[in-house]
Design a protein around this ligand. Structure first.
Ligand SMILES: [Zn+2]
Ligand SMILES: [Zn+2]
Length: 156
């Protein structure tokens, strides 16, 4: 395995606003091969602004940029391994992928919000995670904090 240079969140701030070129720049920074599928899937996640299931990514790609299911699964796992995306499980236990937030930190390193009405999951990048004291000898691996409620698109 070669050493990959991962784009830091600092660098991400200077990236172009267009999700496709932003995706291309982030992939370039990993030093890995840029495939059309990688660019398209990452661009779809960046564009979404919320965490997407495999199916949701697939649906968003279909508009002119179809990627077969197996490739899509592989690309999403690869993006996660590269720290360009992270996984978050919703109340339905289905994995969702997000390119937002502090992607590389274990467990996303940030809290999430899940809408109980439409099922949308977003990264709460600004929220500080609580430090929870553990019994002596216990070690934290990651932390999963999800706030549940209603999003701004759902009727009160
Ligand atoms: Zn909602
Ligand atoms: Zn997140």
């Amino acid at each position: 395995m070669s050493m990959a240079i991962i784009a830091s969140p600092m660098a991400a701030k200077h990236l172009p606003a267009n999700p496709a070129s932003q995706a291309a720049s982030l992939l370039l920074a990993t030093g890995a091969r840029q495939t059309r599928a990688r660019v398209e899937v990452l661009a779809a996640l960046l564009r979404a602004g919320e965490a997407l299931t495999h199916n949701e990514v697939e649906r968003r790609l279909r508009r002119g940029h179809d990627v077969d299911r197996v490739t899509l699964y592989r690309v999403l796992e690869w993006l996660t391994e590269q720290g360009l995306a992270h996984k978050v499980s919703g109340g339905d236990r289905v994995w969702r992928f997000s390119a937002a937030g502090h992607a590389r930190a274990p467990g996303g390193g940030h809290a999430h919000f899940e809408c109980s009405c439409c099922g949308k999951v977003i990264c709460l990048d600004e929220a500080r995670l609580p430090s929870i004291p553990l019994p002596a000898g216990y070690r934290r691996r990651d932390i999963d904090v999800t706030v549940r409620g209603r999003c701004d698109q759902c009727p009160a």
